[in-house]
Design a protein around this ligand. Sequence first.
Ligand SMILES: Nc1ncnc2c1ncn2[C@@H]1O[C@H](COP(=O)(O)OP(=O)(O)OP(=O)(O)O)[C@@H](O)[C@H]1O
Ligand SMILES: [Mg+2]
Length: 280
Amino acid sequence: MGNHAANLQQVSGDPQPSARVVAITSGKGGVGKTNIAANLALSMAATQRILLLDADMSLGNLDLILNIRSKYNISHVLNGYKRIEDIIQAGPRDMRVICGASGLHELADINEYDQQRLIQHLSGLQNDTDVILVDTAAGIANPVVSFCLAADHVLVVTTPEASAMTDAYGMIKVLVRKGNPGPISIVVNMAHSVAEGKRTYQRLADVTGRFLQAKLYYAGTLLKDDRLCRAVRARTPVVLAYPQSQIASSFSALAARLGGIACERNNQNTFFRRVIRWLS
Ligand SMILES: Nc1ncnc2c1ncn2[C@@H]1O[C@H](COP(=O)(O)OP(=O)(O)OP(=O)(O)O)[C@@H](O)[C@H]1O
Ligand SMILES: [Mg+2]
């Protein structure tokens, strides 16, 4: 960061952000975002400090997959009943989890003073974290798009199904048109083979290049695997339930590949301040 940007940050009072923020999203629902968020977070947590945010406004179910009780969320912090520290849950492998980040969208509606105070507290979380993973809801609703635009890197999940690909393209189109600043990567889930996953990526990359003049990165393919469904029923992420399985290795490969995709950190503001800006 240049001196000028650092000075601006000091003036605005935000701590200098260090974490890279990856938003996980999709056009169509039910394509595997929440499972990918949980298992990718765990794969990354082997070597990095991870904060996982459940930003699904309606049916956030990260707590179910991780078997974490979450009584409080950001709304309780906004109401003054709880402190930020009280809503952070301890997940496996020392990762930290905020289950109710959905309350964040209310931040846009509160008075300026409380807003600034909360943003500063939240932004502090970015300092002792290497990667913040954000699990969003599906679809192009404003809050979902805001979380994506505020992130450093967007991971769009699709399956090889035509309807999932069409909706993924719809999401990519909105992000590109709104000037999404960072890389957009594709993960193909529930594929029958890696070749099918790569073909799915290539088709999306071709239309995105041709009609939107934008680049898509290939993050990886995850095969359809009944072990993942069994793990969901057992409320244990599949990388912990079946650590030797092929799908667990695919999650490690996905973590490595994402880490290798260069992204310019948007250091002008912290992630949380950017979310509020996009929401307002
Ligand atoms: N690789 C996979 N193999 C087999 N089944 C899978 C796989 N990935 C996801 N599923 C199935 O899809 C279901 C939905 O997954 P998940 O809740 O992660 O999707 P989502 O995209 O977060 O959904 P929503 O849009 O509702 O938030 C899982 O419970 C599981 O049954
Ligand atoms: Mg989900």
